[in-house]
Every structure is written in C-alpha cells, then in structure tokens.
Design a binder for this molecule. Structure first.
Ligand SMILES: C[S@@+](CC[C@H](N)C(=O)[O-])C[C@H]1O[C@@H](n2cnc3c(N)ncnc32)[C@H](O)[C@@H]1O
Ligand SMILES: [Zn+2]
Length: 375
C-alpha cells in the first residue's frame, strides 16, 4: 500500500506503513531536505559553468535525491539503495516527477559505488551512524559532502560508544548537541585528511534527532594538515560550570591545566572535536535567500536555523540561559536583554542554533553570572 506526499514541489510515493527499513521515509526529515535543496541551489549557483554529479548513496524511497533533481537546479543525480524494493520505489518516484533526464536510480552497495566512482557531491543519510560509509564517501567526493548522523546518544555523550565509533570522548553537558556536531565534524576531518582532502564547513546544525553537516572539500595535503590542526578539546568543570577550549597541540604538549581556574575542581576533557568555525556566513546568506524564495513545508524553521547560524559566534560551546537563572534562583530575563547587557560590558554574545535558550559568549561563567544577577 502506497500513499503520496508533497514536499517542496516534489511528489513522493511512500509506503503507507513502513513495511521495511529500506522503504523508510521519515516525515520529520522534511526540514533537513528543505535546507538541502536550498544549500545545493546556492552551491550550484556559485559554480554556474559546471555540470555537477550528485549521489544520494543511501536513498530509501529516494525522497532526498528526487527532490534535489526536481528542485535544486542543474545536477546529474544518482539515487542509490542496495535494497530491491527501495530501488523500485526510487524509479517510480523519478517517473512521478518527470526527472528521468537528470536522475538515475542505482542498485548497489553504497561503499562499492563510492569506491568505484568519483562524485562532485556525496550525500550520506544513513540510519544511525555514517561511520561505515565515511571512508568510501571521503575517497569519492570532489566538492561537497553532506552527512547525517542519527546516533545522537553516543555522539553527545549520553551513551558510551563515542570513543569506539568516533575516536573521541564526548561529555554529556547542556551543550551536548553542539558537542556531538563537533565530534562528528572532527571524525570527518580526520577521514578526509587520509585522502589529502580538507573540510571547509559551510553549515552544521542539529535538530531534535539528527545532526547534519554540509562541508565543502578543499584538496591538498597542506590544507588537510591545516584542517586537522583545527581539532581541539574542551575542558569542562562539572562543579561550577566553567568551560574552556584549547587546541590539540596543547594536550599533546601536556599544556592543559587539570584543575578549574575558578573553583579548583578537577576538569573533564572532551574531544578531540572540531573547534574552529562550523559555518560560512556568506554561504548561509545565499541559502537563506534561496529558502525565502521557495514554497517549503518547513520554511520558517529552516530560515531560523540559517539566520541564527549567520550571526552565531565561533565559540565551540554555549551556556544554557535557564540553567544559569536556576543557579541564581532568579526569573529568566529575555535572552535579548542578556545579550545586550553582555555587549554593554564589552563581551561578545549571540544566540546559537543548538538551543533556543542557549547563549554564546566570551565571558567566563563567573562574569556571566555577575552580569545576569544585575539585570
Ligand atoms: C535513512 S534511510 C534513507 C532515507 C532517505 N535519504 C530520505 O531522506 O528519506 C537509509 C537507507 O540506506 C539503505 N542502505 C543501508 N545500507 C546500505 C548500503 N550498504 N548500501 C546501499 N544502501 C544501503 C537502506 O536500505 C535504507 O533505505
Ligand atoms: Zn569549576
């Protein structure tokens, strides 16, 4: 039994019940697909003379790949899934939308396909962790890599498995969504570096149950070295809430204090994770404009993510406004009031895409609490 859904301007035939995992269609990922279409349109516009090859390597119903073929603009699209029912459904969705001239269904193991062929743009949208496909994807990709992870528990430190799967130790803090995003980005950075490629993150965000990275690829061993040097650690004090970031080389030089400079408690170390900027504001501006000019189901939420991202400070953690107010036993003032007050005191401050009540600032937690108390 099948039913039809409309996302953007694309009709998607989906199983009425999720008969098998391979025919899986997740309506909650519409937000992600809306943002992808806008990102790809913005990316294609920046390379107008080229015809780019895109692959949706783990396509399921083909919802993402067919939308890209139908809505994003001029691309040569491959939509792949190893499952036969999924492959048949992808073909049907290609026909329903009349994109046979630009999109081809493929019926292969994703790793085999990606090891065999180079694509300008590689999209990995697996169940759970993308790690089993990263080596092949990093070998294949030439210009743009899009990666989803839905195994947010190990990535964010809520379950064990961070070290096993991602070679990093996340900590379960109030900024865990950002920590998971940066741990994933760190893993991708190292994987690409093995292929003499470097990450240039264009947009990185986390929504309720997934993390999504949109990464431009730069080539060359030197650039890969620079990208790897952007990995770092975060030291967190679970006693007073102090947090501080430092580069990898400091840890290798044993140059990291193990006691909190505010309260003297032992610091916990998270990482390695990507500690440099995780977005490109000029690209995000173009994506924001693309979103504004389209009729999309999740347009408002998508535009909020892009708008916040453009203005977000490049600091690898944030504070939770309500948690701070709870510590002080005061009713929370508005976030805008706190941001203004921090700026008045000479600190940088912004919102964050990772939490509606999150605040980024270069103020230390003791300074932040002092300013908050005066408000
Ligand atoms: C999360 S679903 C894809 C959802 C889809 N991208 C969307 O936006 O709706 C993951 C898909 O990967 C497929 N898959 C899993 N392992 C694979 C492999 N090694 N090669 C090819 N496809 C695979 C599964 O059959 C499943 O359809
Ligand atoms: Zn402390």
């Amino acid at each position: 039994m099948f039913t039809e859904r409309i996302e953007g301007t694309t009709h998607i035939v989906v199983p009425q019940q999720h008969l098998t995992r391979s025919m899986f269609y997740n309506p909650r990922m519409e937000l992600c697909r809306d943002i992808d279409v806008a990102c790809l349109a913005a990316f294609i516009a920046s390379a107008p003379s080229q015809s780019l090859r895109y692959v949706d390597a783990l396509a399921g119903t083909g919802a993402r790949g067919v939308r890209v073929a139908h809505e994003a603009g001029r691309l040569d699209v491959t939509i792949n899934d190893h499952s036969t029912p999924a492959f048949e459904l992808i073909n049907r969705n290609i026909q329903v939308n009349g994109v046979e001239n630009v999109a081809t269904a493929s019926h292969e193991n994703a790793n085999g396909l990606l090891h065999r062929k180079h694509y300008d743009i590689v999209d990995l949208d697996p169940f759970g962790s993308p790690v089993p496909y990263l080596d092949a994807a990093c070998q294949s990709v030439k210009k743009l890599l899009l990666v989803t992870a839905t195994d947010t528990a190990p990535l964010c430190g809520a379950h064990t498995g961070g070290l096993r799967n991602y070679g990093a130790r996340p900590l379960n803090t109030e900024y865990h969504a950002e920590m998971g995003t940066r741990v994933l980005l760190g893993t991708v950075t190292r994987e690409l570096a093995r292929h003499d490629k470097a990450v240039k993150p264009l947009l990185s965000y986390a929504a309720a149950h997934f993390i999504r990275l949109i990464i431009q690829i730069e080539r060359g061993a030197k650039k890969a070295d620079t990208a790897v040097s952007r990995l770092g650690f975060i030291a967190h004090c679970f006693s007073c809430g102090h947090r501080v970031a430092f580069p990898c080389r400091d840890l290798l030089d044993l140059n990291v204090p193990d006691r909190c400079e505010i309260c003297g408690h032992k610091l916990q170390i998270a990482g390695p994770l990507y500690s440099y900027t995780i977005k490109e504001p000029a690209f995000c501006e173009r994506v924001h404009r693309e979103l504004a000019n389209r009729a999309l189901g999740q347009q408002r939420d998508a535009m909020t993510i892009l708008h916040t991202s453009i203005h977000e400070l490049d600091i690898p953690f944030f504070f939770e406004h309500h948690a701070l107010c709870k510590t002080l036993k005061i009713p929370p003032p508005t976030l805008t009031a706190l941001i203004d007050e921090l700026r008045e005191h000479g600190f940088a401050a912004s919102r964050t895409i990772f939490a509606a009540t999150g605040i980024k600032t270069d103020a230390r937690i003791d300074e932040l609490l002092r300013i908050l108390k005066q408000l």
